[in-house]
Design a protein around this ligand. Sequence first.
Ligand SMILES: NC(=O)c1ccc[n+]([C@@H]2O[C@H](COP(=O)([O-])OP(=O)(O)OC[C@H]3O[C@@H](n4cnc5c(N)ncnc54)[C@H](OP(=O)(O)O)[C@@H]3O)[C@@H](O)[C@H]2O)c1
Length: 305
Amino acid sequence: MQAFVKQSSAPNDVAIRHMPTPSVGERELLVRVQAIGVGIHDGYFHPPIGESPYVIGIEAAGVVTEVGSEVANYDVGERIAFVSAMQPKGGTWAEYAVVADEAPIVRLPEGMPFTQAAAVPVAGSTILRALHALDLQPDESVFIAGASGAIGTLAIQLADARGCHVVASASKKNHDYMIGLGARKTVDYHDSDWPEHVRQWFPTGVDAAIAIQPGTGSSSMAVVRDGGRVVPISGDQFATERGIALRQLPFLLDVHTELVDLMNQIAAGGVRMTIENVYPFARGLEALQKASARHARGKSVLVIP
Ligand SMILES: NC(=O)c1ccc[n+]([C@@H]2O[C@H](COP(=O)([O-])OP(=O)(O)OC[C@H]3O[C@@H](n4cnc5c(N)ncnc54)[C@H](OP(=O)(O)O)[C@@H]3O)[C@@H](O)[C@H]2O)c1
């Protein structure tokens, strides 16, 4: 099968190659991959025990073509989207991928295109966990840094749906987009006085911050009220001040039921998952470069005909 592989543990040392189709274990499914969600992590994730070349990618959507002898819940022919992170048998940037039956797997709602479904699992489960970490309440205010990407696109809508006042940060060209998703105010992180703008709207500061981009955890604190809370999505480490609580992403929290619900809402058009670019599989490196620039509006997806 054709696959994108990491040729070494060096970041972004990725090439397209012919690889053997992975074999299915007792508790695994083999999936004919139809669409793949692209993320910046795809260029550098490499499991500690994984050998090179290692098939990259952690999310996809496709059709189950084989199930292991002990798999009870899935059948051949089912359309699924899934996350399969850093497994010894490799990832999702390939014509076929193996996924464990206990992994986060979501059956596609009727009529949902593979391209749309492949964009949801990683960004969706990440923002659902972040919202758990913050426990946002109706009428609270929340600042979202890096809010026009895949995670931000969902973050704005889900926080708005909880009745929160959303202040979203991205470049000016994305302000109308973020307002369209439900943000009530927007700032541009390129303006050095963006924190003052937020303080004009919320003089004592916002209740919480979702710091999506690396480095935004500490800068977001400038607009969080005393005793507020901040969740850094990209693993920022920083000291907090004024009683602000640093909430970590609960990586192990099971958000499967909520992810299924989110997928249904997206399929029904109640929540938007913007797909900025759909690339043919062969142009995977271009998609990876685009993701590495950190300026996607929503998500990019690869398709395999
Ligand atoms: N912890 C997890 O489980 C997990 C899971 C998935 C992803 N992540 C991480 O989450 C991050 C975001 O991923 P994503 O796919 O949603 O979006 P992304 O494509 O990485 O980011 C796009 C967004 O970030 C903004 N941005 C770019 N540079 C910025 C800067 N210097 N300061 C503030 N904002 C900036 C962009 O605005 P403009 O385009 O308008 O400039 C846009 O709103 C990545 O670092 C990724 O590794 C974490």
